[in-house]
Design a protein around this ligand. Sequence first.
Ligand code: ZN
Ligand code: ZN
Length: 356
Amino acid sequence: MLKNRRSRLTRFFENYSLKALLITDLRNIRYLCGFSGTEGALLVSKDHAWFLCDSRYTAQAAVEVTGAEIRECAAIRIDTIAALTDEHGFDRIGFEAAHTTVSAFRRLSDKLPGVDLIELGSELDEIRICKDSSEIEQLALVAALSSAALVSVLEHIKPGICELDIALALELEMRRRGADGKAFDFIVASGVRGAMPHGRASDKIITSGELITIDYGALKNGYHSDETVTVACGKPDARAIEIHSVVRAAHDLAIEAVRPGISCRALDDVARSYISGKGYGEYFGHGLGHGIGLEIHEMPSLSPRSTAVLEEGMAITIEPGIYIPGFGGVRIEDTVVVTGDGGRVITNADKQLLFL
Ligand code: ZN
Ligand code: ZN
């Protein structure tokens, strides 16, 4: 499996005539060699790989790292990189410019005089864009546990509790079900706060008749889940019910349109033109969704500016919304894995408007 993932680096060696690649982004390191700790580096040549870490991580690396020689760096890691570079005659090394600080780059340049350091942008993250079967299994596992956590929290929503109560209860329920943590700070936005697409849970008290948008996700084994429901506390007014039905229809249409070969821009347009046709186009200001995996937001992005095309194995979110300032908002989000002939929804909380 890791060999297969490593083969996705071949085109970088070829396109940039590289002798080696220095991987420092922890998500990419985990993806390529299995290390899940919080500090390390991976130096990859065409036929070998070295995982570099300090003594705090040697034992962990011995258990987790596959397909790379572990080098414990006694002093400064960059010295070990320089020694390997020298030993193997690497005169052209690619590095992840999107994940390298200016000062780290300067240190690298100082230690490697005469070596061409080739900047690779976020294009290197593209190796993770299509998930393999073990990743899809992890994504489905974390999605299922977080949806189950929501179901148990919904039972306790009633007028008088505050948004933070919901966020805290959700986190606790996820942990109880085996999550390593939350995927991000949950969005719990009720009533007029629902007009903020990213309204973090606050101490606002929820009152009867309000809509509540809950955008939440868990983290397990490095993989994220992401799902949004908009529920009602009591009976909301007719306009709120109408907005919910428009967003839900746009969400359902977009999910039905998921298949390999459709462009992310076209998929975004499926939901966007439906919402515009209902007169709410100006209130849907963000893209339809994003890729998800070892990062909560990763490639591909789904928006009117996207250039990507869906392929089998991609994991994406579909999350249309309508946000009306001074009134409130609705967002509905599912995580979907692109299969050979369509999309498999892996988040499973009920998306119809629930009256709690
Ligand atoms: Zn979300
Ligand atoms: Zn999302």
